[in-house]
Write a protein that binds this ligand. Sequence first.
Ligand SMILES: [Zn+2]
Length: 352
Amino acid sequence: VLRLADVQGHPAALALLSRAIEAGRLPPALLFHGPEGVGKACLAHALASALICEQPCPAACGRCRSCRMLEHGTHPDLVHVSRLEKNEDTDHLVPEHPDVAEADLRGEILVDQVRHLLEFVPLLPRAGRHRVVIVDPAERLNDEAQNALLKTLEEPPARSTIVLVSASPHRLLPTVRSRCFAVGLRPLPPAELSRILVERGVPPAEAASRAVLAGGRLGAALSLDLAARRSRRDELLALLSRLATDRRAIGELPERAQELAGSNERSLVEGLDLVEGLLRDAARVASRVGAAGLMHADATAGLQRLAAGLGAPRAAELVAACERVRLMLRYNTNRSLIAEALLAAAAGGPLP
Ligand SMILES: [Zn+2]
């Protein structure tokens, strides 16, 4: 079973949860939020194991009957609500493989799934001492499903915990959000993530690249296609340099903005992570702080071109613009417009 101690890189969240469990004061509804691949689902499952294990200690023992059932994914007190597969009959309300590819999943978590879950929650735990419901990704609950959940969040049953997991918590209804105790997970500094990857057997040079290109997210660092991500990074660096130095490059804007926007929000956020990291490095190079702290140290030649084209003040302004663009993403779903505004700013246009 996954133990709380196995969750790496989020000491503050772990300490908070462990203390709350030991004191018997864990809030009945939790919201784990943070970027995709940062470790939210991992933390949710580790918490569930700690609560469901029959041994009264904050870490799952791994030996009791409950732990063995968790290990095999057959424990009746751990309910995982996720998006159903597209071809799945809605009678099977909890999918067996929550991690099948995005394209195979329905857009939303259906209200029937939530009703099904609520029928379970008021009951006492069936096999162990605690019942845990994980809803992931919670922002895919439609409004009707969220409203159905609201009553349970208002009057939480004893000995049960609901964990909402979300990379886009702003998409949840404010009434739902306000009833959950929020635990935020942030990306790790690349050096720390790299150390964790090395501990897991990744060769040091590869670990450093993965940590940087995954934007500090452990799950992403383990799963990303290194060559593909690096070539995306190189393309973005070349594009930013062209935009900063060559007026004719403005003609490419609409097409490149489409590419940066990608096919979903996750793709744009990944692109933004790369663009922001590159601009940050360019600002360092331009202000001659030294190459030691560069994130993309393997791309120094390209960074120097970009730095020369932008100059230090503009590079710093663009880094700040990236942060604003992230906020815009929360409220504006037109990804292409957002991407185009940012790229146009790199070409000297107004800052978004
Ligand atoms: Zn146990």
